[in-house]
Design a protein around this ligand. Sequence first.
Ligand code: SF4
Length: 297
Amino acid sequence: MAPPRAAKAPRAATAPQAPNAGGVTAAAGQAAGMPVVSSESMLGLKRRARRINRALAEKYPYAHAELDFRNPFELLVATVLSAQTTDVTVNQITPLLFARYPDPRSMAEADPATIEEIIKPTGFFRAKTRSLVALCTRLVDEYNGVVPGRLEDLVTLPGVGRKTANVVLGNAFGVPGITVDTHFGRLARRFGWTQSEDPVQIEYDVAELFEKRDWTMLSHRVVFHGRRVCHSRKPACGACPVANWCPSYGMGETDPAKAAKLLKYELAPGNEALLAQLLAETYRAAEIRMESQKRTR
Ligand code: SF4
């Protein structure tokens, strides 16, 4: 489902900056948090964006949805639970939650106090319980207990916005979608793919730059990169695989040794064994995801 045609924000240019190693105009407008590349044509922007995507694909061949799920219902619930908490926390509680309530009907009829107890570690557990019960009740009443596979239906469900809908479509239904969370929005602006703060506008701007079939994996890669390298406060520019094509290069630490210390998760110093394991398992992980998607069709 293509994002709606919204008014397009102009891609304004700023004063030229010194080019970085890749010949891309370097960091600009960082104080305003809005880097742009001066005089870059739409074609140039597209090429640069796709080059970044290819580099991210090489760096994170194991990128995937970090929430555990076995079907669209589980992914929908897990995504609702992931608000204001980490995917790791959600993954810790969902096995018990889905063992007790494996489908929308059982969750709609659940004792809210029991759900609250199970999901407590994810925070905002009372509001999330209300959302889940309302969501499941609507699924039972309107969709015969089946999660719909269309964006226009998903966004009518209680507590489900475009981000959640695109996560479910892209990962449980195989329908390409761009998932704009806080990491994706920040990186899209740093890459100069958009200047907007509005998630729907960002989705529209980025959709223009890529083939539809690339949208879902692009989303995973950008979010992976945001969590591991291009942090909100201290981006590790000196250890960044897309530095050559990033107009924001220089807004973070550029010294390679110092930047390497800022890396997180499997890229963090000392985690080489974990990285090697992830790379080795990449092929198998892709197989598992494809099998999971086939089962849900
Ligand atoms: S870490 Fe630096 S060079 Fe890399 S994407 Fe972020 S701002 Fe750009």
